[in-house]
Design a protein around this ligand. Structure first.
Ligand SMILES: [Zn+2]
Length: 540
């Protein structure tokens, strides 16, 4: 390469390379005079690669963490051309302050480099990783070359994918496929082992094997196809184990769990099902492998069920287990893979960043009169309610199974910008768009320890009532409204038993049955809110 070559972007603006920070078989990676952007310059670029880059630049996947000011995918942004207008490489966003995934899941690395990444963080990383894959598949790209080096994780457990120019790209108009010809051992699905990847068009089912391997790495710390060899002769290599379906929980597998194997039932039962589907059913039938959505659902349930060990607060385990597996393991093997740390990070409820669903349509509620409500209506009913038993929390949340996208564990200190953001309040504004003179509305939200409600609020016809939720509340709220003691009501799909004596309190929020005379079963609508005003229009 000439010492100071002249490079330009697609608009003809000059780009200069500043410092080389990486080198590979295909080319070199440089910082540039454009802050936050790196350049990849190929040693030699084929026309096919240049065309593939053009297609990628024209159709980037959605960034699932855009709302958090985080770059989830270092996607090609623009071509880099030389003086003769030949493509020589591309520009991409630089990911800073992040570590390779292997630093957090491999116990020996983690203890040295990132000891606060406990099992909760690893679940969140898996969730964030899968959210990115979901967006990539949504645009019909196939990763092809997932490996632990091109996935980065930052201090908030947010994930970034790099090295994206190897992805398989399909041109939608012509159907032309630009293949991914590289693959790392351990991530190649059984049906592709031994084949020439440059001649193969891959599908999302092939990527789904890779997802299973990556999530296994995160939650167990090692590759799934490892175990104690029970056959004769030397144990097979990794590729051979994969192609034969030998893993410790395989059908007729000659690789069995060893004393170092973390039993598969340590993970949430829904995650266990996903792993079995991925590596057993999916062995013969790639389309049986769990989709990103399947993993997301299982991970959400699993995260909701995580609890903190009483002996070591950095031990996080699934509450379906009889006790803390990490304690048992530390006692048996004399090694604690999650040793205690100062200020360990503890599970918190998942929040949703998805836009609020449209307000529910009015339903005809039961016409049963409840005089207690009438009594209430003249009183000031401000109240805070806690569903105090901690074990209820998971039940409620799993039942409400919110759609979650990206969650940060917030390890990092807050920037001033983030601090200002945090000072914002979250409001729900109920508007009575009906001719009913007074609609009574109630709102509940999860405050981290219980479901809180501040009671009933009257909303006059044509008017609105703004109810504050909490400072900087991002997550789900549950709303209910009724006219004339339930003659007409607005709710949703979630049933709650509420106490009506002197408040709208959620006494048995995780049970639908509702027997007391002061109780009433209502269905509430759940929707996601963020700081600022969130409107709920109550229409006829
Ligand atoms: Zn423990």
């Amino acid at each position: 390469m000439a010492k100071n070559p002249s490079y330009y972007d697609s608009k003809g603006q000059s780009i200069s390379l500043v410092q080389q920070i990486g080198q590979g078989g295909e080319g070199t990676v440089w910082t540039t005079n454009r802050k936050g952007y790196l350049a990849k310059i190929y040693h030699k670029i084929s026309q096919e690669q240049a065309k593939k880059l053009e297609l990628m630049i024209a159709n980037p996947p959605k960034n699932p963490t855009a709302g958090q000011n985080h770059i989830a995918i270092s996607w090609p942004n623009d071509l880099i051309k030389d003086k003769q207008k030949r493509c020589v490489g591309f520009l991409m966003r630089q990911i800073t302050g992040a570590k390779e995934m292997i630093c957090v899941y491999l116990p020996a690395n983690r203890i040295q480099k990132a000891p606060r990444f406990n099992w909760y963080c690893l679940h969140i990383i898996a969730l964030n990783f899968i959210s990115i894959i979901k967006e990539i598949h949504a645009k019909n790209y196939i990763i092809g070359d997932i490996n632990t080096k091109n996935i980065l994780v930052n201090d908030r457990s947010l994930v970034s994918l790099i090295d994206t120019d190897s992805f398989q790209v399909t041109e939608s108009q012509t159907g032309n496929v630009y293949r991914c010809s590289v693959g790392v051992e351990g991530f190649i699905p059984p049906e592709l082992i031994g084949k020439d990847l440059s001649k193969l068009t891959q599908t999302r089912y092939h990527d789904r094997f890779r997802l299973g391997v990556m999530i296994h790495y995160l939650l167990f710390g090692y590759h799934p196809f490892m175990g104690k060899w029970s056959g004769s002769g030397d144990p097979p290599g990794q590729n051979e184990s994969i192609s034969k379906g030998y893993w410790p929980y395989g059908n007729n597998s000659l690789l069995q769990p060893s004393q170092n194997t973390i039993p598969i039932n340590v993970v949430h039962p829904e995650l266990e099902k996903c792993f079995l589907k991925c590596f057993n059913d999916g062995h013969q039938s790639p389309s049986s492998r769990p989709s990103p959505e399947d993993w997301l659902n299982a991970l959400q349930l699993a995260i909701t069920d995580l609890v903190v060990c009483s002996k070591n607060k950095n031990h996080i385990y699934s509450k379906h287990s009889s006790g803390c597996y990490w304690c048992d393991r530390a006692n048996t093997l004399n090694v604690d893979i999650f040793p205690s740390v100062q200020n360990p990070i503890h599970p918190k409820p998942l929040t949703s960043k998805s836009p609020p669903p449209p307000p529910p349509k009015p339903q005809n509620g039961s016409s049963s009169q409840n005089r207690l409500i009438q009594k209430l209506q003249s009183e000031n009913r401000s109240l805070t309610v806690k569903v105090d038993q901690l074990n209820k929390r998971s039940k409620v949340l799993s039942k409400l199974a919110v759609i979650s996208t990206i969650i940060a564990t917030a390890l990092a200190s807050l920037s001033l910008f983030q601090y200002n953001e945090l000072k914002k309040y979250t409001y729900v504004n109920f508007c009575n768009k009906t001719s009913y003179q007074t609609i009574y509305v109630a709102l509940a939200y999860w405050d981290g320890t219980g479901l809180r409600s501040k009671g009933w609020y009257p909303v006059k016809s044509g008017g609105c009532k703004e109810v504050s939720v909490a400072q900087n509340y991002n997550g789900n709220v549950y709303g209910y409204a009724e006219y004339n003691s339930g003659e007409v009501s607005w709710g949703g799909q979630y049933s709650f038993c509420v106490d009506l004596v002197d408040r709208f309190s959620i006494s048995e929020s995780d049970k639908v049955s509702c027997s007391g005379s002061n109780q009433k079963s209502v269905t509430m609508s759940a929707w996601s809110v963020s700081p600022g005003t969130n409107n709920w229009n109550l229409s006829p």
